[in-house]
Design a protein around this ligand. Structure first.
Ligand code: ADP
Ligand code: MG
Ligand code: ZN
Length: 475
C-alpha cells in the first residue's frame, strides 16, 4: 500500500480556555527527533531542554536555571516547526501552539488577553512547552516604522511581561520560530527571554539523503537510488524534499503501481523544483563550480600561510545570509593582539576567493563583495589606527567614536592625507591580492582536487581539506 498524503495531516487538538480561546494544547505529540533528519546541532541543543522538561528537579537542585526560551531561526521549510514539535514529543509534555499571524488576524483587540491566557494555562500544565510559530508577526521591532501598531505593541509587551514573570524553574519552556531574526525586537532577545538561538540551515548532500530517507519510510518503495535524487535537489529545503516524495507517491498511484520508484522521484523533482528554480533558489552547476573554487581559494591561502587547518568546515549550500558559499573559520581563542603579518595574511586570505576565480575560471563574479569590504576595513585600520604603514609611522589618523556602540570612526587629518591614505590602503590590498594569487597559482593541484571534492560533496571539513593539502604539500 502506498500512503500518499493528500492535504495536510492535522492532528487532533484539545481546546482549552474560556471565551472560545483558540489556544490549542496537544497533549500527545507523536513527533520525535527521529522524524527530523540531519540538524544534529539543533537536536543537541534542544536535547538539554528535553532533559530539563523530563526532570526539572535535577537542574533546580543544583541551582541552575535553564533558558526560558529558545528561538529557532532559519529559512522556510528547514524543519523549525517540526523540530519544535519533536521537542514536545521527546519530552512527552503538553504542547501549547499558537502562531504569530493568528494573533494578528484572529485575536484582533484581544492579543494581550490571549497571551495572558496562554501563560496561565501553561502554568497549570507545567512542565510543558509554549510554542509561538512565526513570532516576527508580533515581535517586530517597535522602533521600526512610523506610529507602529498599537495592538501588536500591546501583545508584544504582554509577552515580554509574561516571560519575565513566570517561574522558569517550574518547567515551562518557550520555543519560537522566525525566518527573519533581524526584524525582531531587541527586547525579545535579552537574557532571560529568548536567550538561546538555534540556527537551522538548508541541508547539504548528506542531509538531503537523510531527509528523503525519513520520508521514504512513510511510503512503499524499493531500491531507491538516493544519491541520484539527492544530487538533483541541491538547494532544496526539507519541506520541498518531503513534497517531492509525496508527489512521487501520487505519481506511482496514477500509474497504477504499488511502489514508488527512483524514476517517480526524479520526475517529481522536476515538477517540484521547476517552481523553486523560478524563484532562483536552486543554484546551477556552473554557479556551484565558481563558489567551490572561490571558497577553496580562501581556505588554501589561509592554510599555506598559517600551516594549520584554517577552516572548520566549508559548504556550498546557500546560507540564510544569502551567501552562496561559506567558510567557517576556527577561532583559536580570543586573539587580542595581532601582528602586522597576522593582519596582512588575513587580507590575503580574504582576497583568495577572488584570486581563485581569476586563475581558474579566467573571469570574476560578484561573490567577493563581502570579502572586499572586510579586506578594505582591515587595510584601512592598519594605516590609520595601528600605525602599520611605513609612511605614517605612529601617527594616529582616526578616532573611534562610540567604542561600545559598534564604533564608527572618523578621520582626523587633512584632506591631502586622506587621499594619501586611500593610496596606501590600495597598495596593501594589491600586495595581499598578489600574494594570494601566487599561492594559488603555485598549488593548482590542491585547488582542483579540493574544489572537486567540495563540488561533489557540498561540504568539506577542515580535516578533509588538510588531507588533500598534505598530499601535495609537505611542510
Ligand atoms: P519551517 O517551520 O522551518 O518552515 P517545517 O517544520 O514546517 O519548516 O517543515 C515542513 C515539512 O518539511 C515538515 O513537516 C517535514 O515533513 C519536512 N521537513 C523539513 N525539514 C525536515 C527534516 N530536517 N527532516 C525531515 N523532514 C523535514
Ligand atoms: Mg514553520
Ligand atoms: Zn569570499
Amino acid at each position: 500500500m502506498i500512503q500518499a498524503r493528500i492535504g495536510n495531516g492535522e492532528e487532533n487538538f484539545m481546546s482549552f480556555g474560556k471565551s472560545g480561546a483558540k489556544i490549542y494544547a496537544d497533549s500527545d505529540v507523536k513527533t520525535t527527533f527521529a522524524d527530523v533528519a540531519g540538524q544534529d546541532k539543533a537536536k543537541e541543543t534542544l536535547s538539554e531542554i528535553v532533559d530539563f522538561l523530563h526532570n526539572p528537579q535535577k537542574y533546580t537542585d543544583i541551582g541552575a536555571t535553564l533558558p526560558k526560551g529558545a528561538l529557532l531561526v532559519g529559512p522556510p521549510g528547514t524543519g523549525k516547526t517540526l523540530i519544535a514539535r519533536a521537542v514536545a514529543g521527546e519530552a512527552n509534555v503538553p504542547f501549547f501552539a499558537i502562531s504569530g499571524s493568528e494573533f494578528v488576524q484572529m485575536f484582533v483587540g484581544m492579543g494581550a488577553a490571549k497571551v495572558r491566557d496562554l501563560f496561565r494555562q501553561a502554568n497549570e500544565k507545567a512542565p510543558c512547552i509554549i510554542f509561538i510559530d512565526e513570532i516576527d508577526a508580533i515581535g517586530k521591532r517597535r522602533d521600526s516604522g512610523l506610529s507602529g501598531n498599537d495592538e501588536r505593541e500591546q501583545t508584544l509587551n504582554q509577552l515580554l511581561t509574561e516571560m519575565d514573570g513566570f517561574d522558569g524553574r517550574k518547567g515551562v519552556v518557550i520555543l519560537a520560530t522566525t525566518n527573519r531574526p533581524e526584524s525582531l525586537d531587541k527586547a525579545l532577545l535579552r537574557p532571560g527571554r529568548f536567550d538561546r538561538r538555534i540556527q537551522m540551515e538548508l541541508p547539504d548532500l548528506e542531509g538531503r539523503k537523510a531527509i528523503i530517507n525519513v520520508h521514504l519510510k512513510k511510503v512503499q518503495c524499493d531500491n531507491i537510488n538516493l544519491d541520484v535524487v539527492a544530487r538533483a535537489t541541491a538547494g532544496s529545503s526539507g519541506a520541498e524534499l518531503a513534497n517531492i516524495v509525496n508527489e512521487a507517491a501520487l505519481r506511482a498511484v496514477r500509474m497504477g503501481r504499488h511502489k514508488v520508484t527512483t524514476a517517480d522521484l526524479e520526475e517529481s523533482v522536476e515538477t517540484v523544483i521547476a517552481g523553486v528554480q523560478k524563484k532562483g533558489k536552486v543554484i546551477s552547476d556552473n554557479e556551484k563550480k565558481i563558489v567551490s573554487y572561490h571558497e577553496i581559494g580562501h581556505a588554501l591561502v589561509a592554510a599555506l600561510q598559517s600551516h594549520s587547518a584554517p577552516v572548520h568546515k566549508i559548504t556550498i549550500v546557500p546560507r540564510t545570509s544569502g551567501a552562496l558559499g561559506y567558510t567557517m573559520q576556527v577561532d583559536k581563542g580570543e586573539q587580542v593582539l595581532m601582528s602586522r603579518d597576522d593582519i596582512f595574511n588575513r587580507i590575503a586570505t580574504l582576497t583568495g576567493g577572488r584570486a581563485a576565480e581569476e586563475i581558474v575560471l579566467g573571469s570574476i563574479s560578484t561573490g567577493a563583495s563581502n570579502d572586499m569590504e572586510q579586506a578594505t576595513k582591515l587595510a584601512r585600520a592598519m594605516v590609520t589606527r595601528y600605525g602599520m604603514s611605513n609612511k605614517y609611522d605612529m601617527m594616529g589618523l582616526e578616532t573611534v567614536n562610540n567604542t561600545y556602540l559598534g564604533g564608527d570612526s572618523s578621520l582626523i587629518c587633512s584632506a591631502e592625507t586622506a587621499a594619501e591614505i586611500d593610496r596606501e590602503v590600495l597598495k596593501i590590498i594589491k600586495e595581499a591580492h598578489q600574494k594570494a594569487h601566487n599561492i594559488i597559482a603555485e598549488h593548482m593541484d590542491i585547488m582542483h582536487e579540493a574544489a572537486s571534492f567540495l563540488l561533489d560533496k557540498e561540504t568539506i571539513t577542515g580535516k578533509e581539506f588538510m588531507q588533500i593539502v598534505h598530499k601535495y604539500y609537505n611542510k
